[in-house]
Design a protein around this ligand. Structure first.
Ligand code: FEO
Ligand code: CA
Ligand code: CA
Ligand code: CA
Length: 682
């Protein structure tokens, strides 16, 4: 592997390196537009400034998490000191699961893995998923071919073992968005064709593909009986309080209970009953209208970034449901957590409105000791919120039909964070406060209770239950939720139950008229993001939190790696998706590395005297982002999304030829990584 010298990363001014073309294709150029949250929720430091540290602790009944090994142990033993050592000595070798040689930052057009590891593409855009799929030919692509092939820009991936067939899994991949400049030769953004529309609507959604362990290592696809494509045309059942509400009724669906299609599926999660959840994220970009169209519902459109102007993709030119003038309610039918049963290709997937409507990055399940199901989900937008849903009913092992109803009845909450760190100690530079760590407490504010048969109760004054389900952001504004730096993946460590939230970045933190830095979002113009660690009373309403990582160049003063020696960690920037290995280590994939290296996958130690140690396991090709990591004992898969997507580049002027090389077009793909004859990281 060829490596870039580390001093390249010392001077790192500017925002995330995500290319402008990626912003346009994926999130409707959100980074260049005002953040939609203009609510005036108070800064939490002001609210709690009068409360002493001890009274906050007593009020919640849980100790603030300590940072650094010594203090963590002290907290467990009931001692009062929570001040971490600034740099815990790194004794011995890395924790199990993290014993590999870190990959150095680089800008290769390749997937780079540690010495001793192998990697190979599992499946790429255009590869067959269904019988009869033609061999991929980018110059002769059709909508029908695309609907039988693996979609574009795969993000989340789940790997579910096929019972009774050793070495076989279902790979379930989200196809978040399309990048027409990189899919079509001679693409004219001002005049896309109907055929391009047809291909694009078939390239989003999800793929279910059976895969098997290959004798050569890695995984290879199988034309199995579970294989399925879900696209922008697949019917979904809308459940929960939004179902049937005026806000989601259209001429094509006057009952407001059957939605056609899913798109903008970012990350997701796997349920214990064997289904897959996926978050509909930047759904607003798929809707448009002729210039000069008045918005049907201005305040609500604005809060979701919905614009009555021609959209980037111009799907509204080809199907009136994407035209906000003709079908103003259609946009309210997207932005949900969806659930699919990959074990039945004929099953009708579900959109769960009891989990609220916003730009869901993901949805991850945690089951409490009594069987209550808790789903954590972040709203990925600058200054938006973190949510959880707590089921009324308990999980019933083996009762699939019962478990499929769990996400329709329960309570939706939004997070409000507090800290007694004085506001004067949060100066926006990232400098640690006198207490030695960014930490505090929090509460879950109830927004909506969903009951049987669509009966629901709003818990926010002035909002109907249906309005909370469909316009959740506005209800959460009213409730006074805490504005975060783009909450992305939000997931519990199966070993400890502690939650980890990737807060990607927020270049507008501290900008004029915007929320100022606070203890959980401590940096102005936050380019590199942070990892929030939460100890939650999962079924209850209180939690404690601290920042595990304040990401960026380890040599910079504004970064923090859980108290670990910063001279011994890999630089990490823009954390996006999180996962866990069987040893209890956290794995993080990145999106938009602001340190001028390709994006990557990192392992982070969480406990003991190596807490905060961060090691880069792989990097993805130039222009790509790393998504959807799945970490098993002897295999890791990652999604390589938008390889070669660079400003001033296109299919006709390529930046990347990964994975096929030569003059081949770049193709998004899933990659498997393994170690010859050994377990990962041991
Ligand atoms: Fe699809 Fe939150 O990035
Ligand atoms: Ca992201
Ligand atoms: Ca995850
Ligand atoms: Ca992503």
């Amino acid at each position: 592997m060829s490596l870039v010298p580390l001093n390249l990363f010392v001077a790192h001014q500017g925002r995330s390196s995500r290319q402008h073309v990626t912003c346009r294709n994926r999130c409707g150029d959100a980074c260049s537009r005002p953040a939609p949250n203009t609510s005036d929720n108070a800064y939490f430091g002001d609210i709690v400034a009068a409360m002493s540290r001890r009274s906050v602790l007593r009020a919640t009944g849980v100790a603030v998490l300590a940072v650094g090994a010594g203090s963590a142990l002290a907290a467990c033993a009931g001692e009062t000191s929570t001040a971490p050592s600034s740099s815990t000595a790194a004794a011995g070798e890395p924790l199990p699961g993290m014993r590999f040689e870190s990959v150095a930052p680089n800008t290769e057009d390749a997937v780079v893995v540690p010495d001793g590891y192998q990697q190979r593409v599992v499946i790429a855009w255009g590869d067959p998923v269904l019988p009869g799929a033609p061999v991929f030919d980018i110059t002769r692509q059709t909508g029908a071919a695309q609907r039988a092939q693996f979609g574009f820009n795969n993000d989340f991936a789940a790997l579910l073992p096929v019972e009774g067939v050793a070495g076989h899994y279902l790979l379930v991949s989200n196809h978040e968005y399309v990048s027409p400049q990189f899919m079509f030769h001679g693409y004219d953004a001002d005049a896309p064709t109907r055929e391009q529309f047809d291909i694009e609507t078939g390239a989003v959604g999800l793929s279910v593909v059976e895969v098997q362990r290959s004798p050569q290592g890695g995984l290879r696809p199988v034309m199995g009986r579970y294989n399925r494509r879900i696209t922008a045309d697949t019917p979904f059942a809308l459940t929960g309080p939004a179902a049937g509400s005026p806000a989601v009724r259209t001429a094509a669906d006057p009952a407001g209970r059957t939605v056609i299609g899913t798109f903008a599926n970012c990350s997701g999660g796997v349920t214990p009953w064997g289904t897959v959840l996926s978050g509909e994220e930047n759904f607003h970009t798929y809707f448009g209208a002729a210039e000069g169209t008045a918005p049907a519902d201005p305040a609500r459109y604005k809060r979701y970034g919905v614009l009555t102007e021609p959209s980037e993709l111009k799907w509204e030119n080809f199907d009136p449901r994407f035209d906000l003038a003709e079908t103003p309610q259609e946009v309210n039918r997207f932005g949900y957590v969806i659930e699919i049963n990959p074990w039945d290709p004929a099953s009708v997937p579900v959109k769960h409105s009891a989990l609220g409507r916003f730009k869901h990055e993901a949805a991850n399940v945690y089951v409490t000791g009594d069987g209550t199901v808790v789903v954590y989900t972040g709203d990925d937008e600058r200054f938006d919120y973190m949510y959880k849903f707590v089921s009324d009913k308990l999980i019933q092992p083996g009762d699939f039909a019962h478990n499929m109803t769990l996400l329709d009845e329960g309570t939706l909450y939004v997070a409000k964070l507090s800290s007694d760190i004085p506001a004067t100690e949060i100066d926006g530079s990232g400098k640690l406060p006198a207490a030695g760590a960014f930490a505090g407490t929090g509460t879950w504010i109830p927004l909506l209770h969903s009951g049987p048969a669509g009966k629901a109760e709003s818990l926010v004054e002035g909002f109907s239950a249906q309005d909370v389900a469909v316009f959740t952001r506005l209800a959460a504004d009213k409730a006074g939720a805490t504005k975060m730096d783009r909450p992305e993946d939000f997931e519990a460590n199966p070993k400890t139950g502690k939650l980890y939230v990737a807060l990607t970045n927020n270049d507008k933190r501290g900008a004029e008229g915007k929320a100022t830095p606070d203890a959980a979002n401590p940096r102005n113009e936050n380019k590199n993001g942070q990892i929030l660690e939460i100890t939650d009373d999962h079924g209850g309403t209180s939690f404690t939190w601290d920042l595990l990582l304040v990401c960026g160049d380890p040599a910079a003063a504004d970064t923090y790696f859980g108290g670990f020696d910063k001279t011994k960690v890999s630089p990490i920037s823009c954390p996006d998706n999180v996962a866990f290995d069987g040893h209890g280590n956290l794995w993080i994939s990145t999106d938009g590395n602001a340190l001028k290296s390709n994006d990557g996958l990192f392992a982070v130690a969480l406990d003991g005297n190596r807490r905060g140690e961060t090691k880069q396991f792989l990097t993805v090709p130039i222009g790509a982002e790393t998504c959807g990591p799945v970490v098993t004992d002897d295999l890791i898969t990652v999604s390589v999304q938008h390889p070669g997507e660079g400003d001033d580049h296109s299919l006709d002027n390529p930046l990347s030829h990964w994975p096929d090389g030569g003059t081949a077009p770049a193709r998004p793909a899933v990659v498997a990584v393994w170690r010859d004859g050994g377990a990962i990281g041991l």
